[in-house]
Design a protein around this ligand. Structure first.
Ligand SMILES: Cc1cc2nc3c(=O)[nH]c(=O)nc-3n(C[C@H](O)[C@H](O)[C@H](O)COP(=O)(O)O)c2cc1C
Length: 172
């Protein structure tokens, strides 16, 4: 049977959607089947053999669509291999160092502990002031977050390859 992987994501301005698309592309290139969908559009995660779930981070929180998906599908997710990612920090260097070791919002930590994801990645994000509203622009200025597209496609590619390697190893 073909391994069918769900890549679900939550985004506000599209940077995380593109990360999810890239992950889906790498999985397909490795010979897996992958659906890349906004988390709120997923009907039944239990029809997939594995799930990748990621969200953009805003003020230390996941987007509501990803948080809701995680909470609503805890059982299905605890019964299959799951990989989680947060995308957000901008600037140079290790994204986990940029977030001072943070990987997941506190609100999602206890569910994640029960689901026991194979990995929780943090990817650099992209900040485009042209897309932001006035309050967002003010907030970004206030915390002096570097503006620009800092997404590290090589790191995303490598992470997705590790997922496909694991799934191909486990499913004959
Ligand atoms: C108002 C605002 C608050 C943000 N807060 C955080 C944050 O707390 N932590 C973080 O790592 N990134 C934060 N970011 C950066 C976003 O996560 C980053 O721009 C991300 O790539 C956006 O993804 P999206 O285009 O998929 O919505 C913030 C961005 C904005 C505009």
């Amino acid at each position: 049977m073909d391994t069918q992987v769900l890549v679900a994501y939550a985004t506000k301005y599209g940077a995380t959607a593109e990360i999810a698309e890239k992950i889906g592309q790498v999985l397909r290139q490795a010979g897996l089947r992958a659906d890349v969908l906004p988390a709120q559009r997923v009907k039944d995660p239990s029809s997939y053999q594995a799930v990748v779930l990621g969200s953009a981070v805003y003020i230390g929180q996941w987007r509501k669509e990803a948080a809701t998906f995680l909470g609503a599908n805890e059982k299905a997710l605890s019964e299959r291999p799951v990989w989680l990612f947060s995308s957000g920090p901008t600037g140079e260097g290790d994204p986990v160092q940029l977030t001072k070791g943070w990987r997941l919002p506190k609100a999602q930590q206890s569910i994640a502990d029960r689901i026991r994801p194979r990995d929780i990645a943090v990817f650099h994000g992209a900040l485009d002031p042209k897309k932001m509203n006035l309050i967002e622009k003010w907030m970004i200025k206030n915390v002096k977050a570097p503006v620009g597209d800092f997404r590290d496609w090589d790191a995303i590619d490598a992470w997705a390859r590790a997922i496909s390697d694991a799934l191909l190893r486990e499913t004959p």
